[in-house]
Design a protein around this ligand. Structure first.
Ligand SMILES: *[C@@H]1O[C@H](CO)[C@@H](O)[C@H](O)[C@H]1NC(C)=O
Ligand SMILES: *[C@@H]1O[C@H](CO)[C@@H](O)[C@H](O)[C@H]1NC(C)=O
Ligand SMILES: *[C@@H]1O[C@H](CO)[C@@H](O)[C@H](O)[C@H]1NC(C)=O
Length: 278
């Protein structure tokens, strides 16, 4: 880690500590026994009793799963060898006299766990305003199926057929080899990720009722069919694509999904927070 990114992770820790303090009750922190971040640059972990932020992937005794990735400088970014890099700054800090800490961020909208709107690959939809603010919250929230796809292929029509997704299923999260390979935890962008081939996307559109398609790397479409598969999915403006999901350590099956994009007027992509509830 270079010094800039070390500084940045410190800033993130500071911000989260400050927010947690403002909203928590006296019982905090409880002995959850789950992963906490105690970076060397977090003085609270060493200096102050009890001031250790708790970071969790699972809440309420295994009922609620956070399926969004944490944003940090080393997370992969589209076609970048060096990850996202610094995206957060602290222009106003209490350390140098401000009344409060106020961070600023600059981030490609298709970073980390994020959603695509129709304007992403159709210029006339972009011009007409089909941005992330127009996405249907009903599609983004409701019963969802988490499925494992075969690990030796991209998602072709044949693979889609073999999954036998029942009619009526409207939201599917596809877990692939990308999760096994931990690609979302790998800084360098990897074009060999698994995604939909054009014929797989077409099969889904023609033969299922699926309107929410989720996947575990930065694109639902395989690199080899990047634009063709996106075009098939987004042309009808009914299907919503959620990319970069964190699907580790969850049993396949039926859940309730909740995904909420930011209301970024004019943007064809947005970071999104998604959770699964058992
Ligand atoms: C406070 O610190 C930040 C970051 O170190 C810097 O960008 C900013 O200009 C400083 N502000 C003042 C008023 O010194
Ligand atoms: C942020 O706020 C805390 C108090 O909540 C303060 O102690 C700390 O110095 C601030 N962090 C920075 C980096 O200025
Ligand atoms: C999926 O397609 C990519 C090209 O987009 C290729 O590099 C990769 O090997 C394929 N994965 C599998 C498991 O066939």
């Amino acid at each position: 880690m270079n010094s800039a990114s070390t500084l940045l992770s410190c800033a993130i820790v500071f911000t989260i500590v400050a927010r947690t303090l403002a909203t928590t009750d006296s019982a905090y922190p409880s002995p959850y026994g789950v992963e906490t971040t105690t970076t060397a640059c977090n003085p609270y972990a060493i200096a102050d009793d009890g001031l250790v932020p708790v970071r969790k992937e699972v809440y309420d005794k295994g009922r609620i799963f956070d399926i969004s990735h944490r944003y940090h400088p080393n997370m992969p970014s589209w076609e970048s060898e060096d990850g996202v890099g610094q995206f957060l700054w602290l222009p106003k800090s209490m350390k140098n006299g401000s009344l409060a800490n106020n961070s600023e961020m600059k981030l490609p909208t298709h970073t980390g766990t994020h959603v695509d709107a129709p304007g992403h690959v159709f210029d006339h939809y972009f011009d007409a305003g089909f941005d992330v603010d127009t996405l249907d919250l009903e599609v983004l929230n409701g019963a969802a199926l988490l499925v494992d796809v075969p690990r030796d292929k991209n998602i072709t029509a044949e693979v889609m057929k073999s999954l036998s997704i029942p009619k009526g299923v409207r939201r599917v999260l596809f877990r692939t080899l990308n999760t096994d390979r931990r690609l979302m935890y790998t800084k360098e962008f990897d074009t060999s990720y698994v995604g939909f081939m054009k014929d797989g996307a077409q099969w889904l559109v023609d033969n299922t009722d699926v309107k929410l398609v989720g996947i575990d790397y930065l694109s639902v479409a395989a690199f080899a069919d990047l634009i063709p598969a996106h075009l098939v999915f987004l042309e009808g403006r009914e299907i919503i694509l959620v990319e970069g999901l964190k699907l580790d350590d969850i049993q396949p099956g039926v859940y309730t999904v909740h995904c909420l994009p930011l209301r970024l007027l004019g943007a064809e992509g947005s970071p999104i927070r998604c959770i699964l509830i058992k």
